[in-house]
Design a protein around this ligand. Sequence first.
Ligand code: NAD
Ligand code: UDP
Length: 354
Amino acid sequence: MNGNTSNMMIVVTGGAGFIGSNLCDRLVQKGHNVVCVDNLFTGQLANVRPLMNHPRFTFIEHDMREPLAMAGSIDRIYNLACPASPRHYQRDPIGTMRTCVLGAYHALELGREKRARVLQASTSEVYGDPELHPQPESYHGHVNVTGPRACYDEGKRSAETLFFDYHRQHGVAVKVARIFNTYGPRMLEDDGRVVSNFIVQALRDKPITLYGDGSQTRSFCYVDDLLTGLELLMESPADVIGPCNLGNPREVTIKEIARMVLDRTRSRSSIEHRPLPQDDPKRRQPVIDRARSLLGWRPRVELEDGLRDTIDYFSLKIFSPGETLIPVPVRALAMNRATPGGSRPSSLNGRFAQ
Ligand code: NAD
Ligand code: UDP
């Protein structure tokens, strides 16, 4: 393994997706060599196109359900390959389960061969529709094994099992992050998850599709905060394996999210109630004591700020589709807010870099 942690060879599976492409950006910016592996199921080449000519970036179109052979040394593998939105992971549930399990297996085999550290992007979905609130890592969860979400939930649970068994049986250095709802620039317009759905609907003045009565809760983490947590976990001491919750402990109802988005976009959209999907978790909030004490991590970006940046991103996508712009981290933007408070986002000068 390369002993220099500022110039590592890093593989990001699922690197053309929402979280993965933001991670690739960050790792390349930090001086690492990054290989993005993706089958473009929900990812887009547009997300990594600005990196394509970078000398330290390589894109490989590959399905993680197949073995991944690579020449040369590898220091780190972030295993993010898997559709995360219920709409997309339920499109091909058998495919999703196979991606979760075989994808993890192939990432771990590569890690074993190369003596690389492997981080698994697991999920709060391992807690299912939780009976314990908020959720610490010690909670074993409450998943409906045969329901429509199980392909993802049980797939991710099995992947965690594989990670721990590869560590115990083969001594592979592993890290398991349980990611709670994360949002931000580069979610797909038709991703189907709540934040992107509501923002796109509001910007287009289309009805806001609120499932159920909207009293169900989630805790939303801005992508920039999540990336910091993932990196800290990856670079943590060898005895820190996880699972480690990464999420924002601020719990909000989905109704509140609808209201916040409507206010911030000054939309004329109405709220349209739709049936609550089967097995939709009623509440979700992470206990992040472990991440705080072991990684010194906590989220920094307020929901209001993260939503504003995400609204700005989608405004550009929808109203200026020809532009090829890369969002820069919100921390760098805090001093440079172009959108006056309360006005409909229009100009984003200075907020995105080409
Ligand atoms: P995403 O759908 O935007 O990205 C997933 C990426 O994986 C896409 O680029 C997709 O094309 C790729 N992919 C899917 N199946 C593949 C396969 N078989 N082989 C190779 N590539 C494949 O989702 P995201 O929100 O960026 O999530 C990234 C990871 O984080 C996922 O593993 C997800 O389970 C996990 N996660 C995300 C959240 C969240 O709120 N965003 C929460 C919990 C866990
Ligand atoms: N949701 C909603 N309208 C939408 C999309 C989602 O009301 O257009 C609700 C969904 O029922 C759930 C919450 O928002 O209660 C979060 O859904 P998402 O798909 O974003 O994530 P997950 O359910 O996987 O946490």
